[in-house]
Design a protein around this ligand. Structure first.
Ligand code: ATR
Length: 271
């Protein structure tokens, strides 16, 4: 039996276990997906121990995505982003690191037929998710504007993709002139709020919200009301997981089964 898992601290409400186990069921793969919560000071031991024990692959989440890069061989994309969220141990002696958050954004948009080449895209937020989103959009040929409360953080992310950076005061104008918006801040998780002025949203816009709890955020409801195309955070999570599955198994991920598992969990949690 193959053992996969998620390393984070805390990993409490992760959807990755049910999502990956649904994929193993769908493809008759004899595997389990567990969660691990090492102390931050023990990350190096956790990674080398996992490899020594023959664990097949790990996802990595907060607070380890940046620090784990020291203990793996990142591919070019993960190295450029400075963050790894997927480790493949299948080549003995070489823990390979990937960043599938980028795939989550690009495949979620592609799955809705959103065209990114020469598009004007805006990334709202400049944390790890914002960085991955900016990379995904730029890689697909969009010109990217990063908007963030703390402008210096937006500038750091924009520099990575040759994009522009600005603060929240300009958000309305930037959104009005864009065809794609990816929201990556935490606003909308705990409270029914959105940073985007509703009047800036328009029918020529696709809005991807990285927030998946709740699924129907204020931003997505406002976007729908404005006639925009909307993509929820569960879809981004799904394609991030699908890309990890594909690195680990070398086979195409059963995305429908994985999607059902994620949405069942989210429905259970929120009625
Ligand atoms: P992650 O790595 O998961 O993307 P993060 O690094 O904590 O998370 O980033 C959170 C993002 O949400 C940041 O862009 C943050 O803005 P700052 O860089 O200015 O802190 C943004 N954010 C969080 N709370 C916010 C709020 N109340 N208003 C605007 N932006 C907020």
């Amino acid at each position: 039996m193959d053992v996969y898992g998620l390393v984070g601290n805390p990993v409490g409400h992760s959807l990755s276990a049910p999502m990956h186990e649904a994929a193993y069921d769908a493809q008759d793969i004899d595997a389990v997906y567990l969660t691990f919560e090492p102390e931050p000071s023990s990350l190096d031991l956790a990674i080398s121990g996992a490899e020594a024990l023959g664990i097949a692959g790990l996802n990595v989440t907060v607070p380890f995505k940046e620090s784990v890069i020291e203990y793996v061989e990142p591919d070019d994309q993960a190295a450029a982003l400075g963050a790894v969220n997927t480790i493949d141990f299948s080549t003995r002696g070489e823990a390979r690191g990937y960043n599938t958050d980028v795939d989550g954004v690009s495949r979620a948009l592609a799955s809705r037929g959103v065209s990114l080449s020469d598009a004007d895209a805006v990334v709202l937020g400049a944390g790890g998710a914002g960085r991955a989103a900016a990379w995904a959009l730029a890689e697909a040929g969009a010109s990217v504007t990063v908007v963030n409360r703390t402008v210096s953080r937006a500038e750091t992310v924009a520099a990575l993709v040759d994009g522009r950076a600005t603060g929240l005061d300009d958000l309305g104008d930037v959104v009005r002139n864009s065809t794609v918006l990816v929201h990556t801040t935490t606003v909308g998780m705990e409270s029914d709020r959105s940073l985007v002025p509703p009047e800036a949203l328009h029918a020529n816009l696709t809005v991807l919200d990285a927030v998946y709890r709740p699924l129907q955020t204020r931003l997505l409801r406002d976007a729908k009301a404005a006639g925009a195309t909307t993509i929820d955070g569960a879809r981004m999570l799904l394609y991030q997981g699908a890309a990890a599955f594909e690195h680990w198994t070398g086979t195409t991920a059963p995305v429908e089964a994985m999607d059902r598992a994620v949405r069942t969990q989210l429905d259970d949690a929120h009625g």
